[in-house]
Design a protein around this ligand. Structure first.
Ligand code: MG
Length: 181
């Protein structure tokens, strides 16, 4: 069975910019490119799952998100087909129907089926607790990174109860977590 890592985007792969619309505003995080290359080389399928309620709210459109995703890969010197899959969840948090917006695990379950993933060998990593919830609901491992939204003591407590590692950033996640399962 295959294994995979699902990455959040904002605050995890790039710095968190409030409703990022313009690719010119992307700020990279040190070590991300190196970590992504190493994780892929280690044989993990690579997915990105990003909540973009700015689409539902009309702050930006799909084209803006695709442009930012492309630019991020360029800035990290990664090939345009680096990802095995990308999920952009456009829904607003108060949408009536459950879609792809995290903590919905709809995307993870679809990819698990499509690629015959073993969830116990997979990771979901992000800067918010909703990322962790998405991983846990998918029966995957989950980790938090401190490169985005502040991780307060309440989240630290939750992480400790659920045995969720908290890493400084994606490079630290690669060095300390990913091969330890
Ligand atoms: Mg995030």
């Amino acid at each position: 069975m295959a294994r995979a890592v699902f990455f959040d985007r904002d605050g995890t792969l790039i710095k968190d910019v409030h409703y990022l619309k313009d690719a010119a505003d992307i700020k990279i995080i040190d070590g991300v490119a190196e970590a992504l290359n190493e994780i892929k080389k280690a044989g993990f399928l690579m997915f990105m799952h990003t909540n973009q309620s700015g689409i539902a709210r009309g702050y930006y459109d799909w084209g803006d998100v695709h442009s930012c995703n492309r630019r991020m890969l360029e800035l990290y010197n990664l090939s345009p087909d680096f990802w095995d899959g990308i999920c952009i969840a456009p829904e607003s948090p108060d949408a009536d129907e459950v879609g792809y917006r995290k903590p919905s695990q709809k995307y993870e379950l679809e990819m698990t089926k499509k690629y015959n993933l073993d969830p116990s060998l997979c990771w979901m990593v992000g800067d918010k607790w909703i990322d962790v919830e998405t991983g846990l609901k998918s029966k995957m491992n989950a980790a938090l990174v401190r490169s985005g939204k502040e991780i307060n003591s309440e989240i630290e407590n939750l992480a400790s109860i659920e045995k969720i590692p908290i890493c400084d950033d994606i490079l630290s996640f690669y060095n300390s977590c990913i091969l330890k399962i």
